[in-house]
Design a binder for this molecule. Structure first.
Ligand SMILES: C[S@@+](CC[C@H](N)C(=O)[O-])C[C@H]1O[C@@H](n2cnc3c(N)ncnc32)[C@H](O)[C@@H]1O
Length: 247
């Protein structure tokens, strides 16, 4: 199943009072310790403009982790009158256990725990869980991102949320962003907390249009990308020639 010792992963209260997880041995927080929920809402929900997507919301995520993005998305979906369906594909090669996700309350927490519980009991690489009214579908792909097949899915919002490059270098490559692009609809948006030059370059190499936006809390910047520049209206579009080397 998973090759890391999950017993080293503990709940961690962040500065906005919300909880994420902390891996004590690898010294990694699953969300910013400045504020798990505020980062999730600012970077991923607002960054992708998901709430403006009308009645059917399609989300893809690299990094299910502590399920903060998932639970925040479900809450936003349930409070949006116009929204009738949420399809959420999330990828994680090391899903945590249901006990780890015990801090999430309500419907979203129940769905997230059912998904990881099913993974740890059945060991299947694709787990699907639906809400009681079937309006919400969570598809948890318990696999490396490189092996996941999202053919036929076209996300409005892609949450690019692996750990930092220091830990998950493979997830920040041009190949990885090209796979994300293939899983997005043309007018979709990919959001990430990173503002690194090498990340923006990899996005351009993958054929994405790239913009910068104010980051969460005291962080100056984050990055939003899309298959087409029009989807980045209102953001500061970056010039690819400043990032791509010409021969
Ligand atoms: C920052 S955490 C995700 C936080 C989560 N989105 C949340 O809101 O709580 C990163 C997660 O990405 C997963 N991950 C990192 N690289 C991956 C890869 N190449 N393939 C699949 N999962 C990966 C890790 O196992 C970890 O659970």
């Amino acid at each position: 199943m998973t090759d890391i010792d999950l017993s080293n992963i503990k709940p961690f209260e962040t500065r906005d009072g919300s909880t994420t997880l902390y891996d004590e041995v690898r010294d990694i927080h699953y969300r910013s310790w400045h504020g798990a929920v505020s980062e999730s809402r600012h970077v991923f929900l607002d960054g992708t403009a998901l709430k403006d997507r009308g009645s059917r919301w399609r989300v893809a995520e690299l990094g299910f982790g502590a399920a903060v993005n998932f639970t925040q998305t479900v809450q936003a979906f349930r409070s949006c009158e116009a929204a009738v369906q949420l399809i959420y594909h999330s990828v994680d090669w090391r899903p945590v256990t249901a006990d780890h996700l015990g801090f999430h309350k309500g419907e979203a927490g129940t769905i997230a725990r059912r998904a990881v519980d099913k993974y740890h009991s059945d060991g299947q690489s694709l787990i699907t869980v639906r809400s009681d009214d079937e309006a919400i579908e969570l598809h948890l792909h318990a696999q490396p991102w490189d092996d996941v097949n999202l053919a036929g899915f076209s996300a409005h919002a892609f949450y690019h949320d692996p750990f930092s490059k220091r830990v998950n270098a493979e997830a920040w490559s041009a190949e990885s962003f090209a796979r994300a692009k293939a899983a997005m609809e043309e007018g979709g948006r990919l959001a990430t907390y990173s503002a690194a030059t090498s990340v923006k370059r990899a996005m351009f190499e993958a054929g994405l249009s790239v913009a910068t936006a104010p980051g969460p809390g005291r962080k100056r910047e984050m990055t939003i990308a899309s298959p087409v520049p029009d989807a980045l209206d209102g953001l500061q579009l970056l010039d690819s020639s400043r990032y791509l080397k010409t021969s």
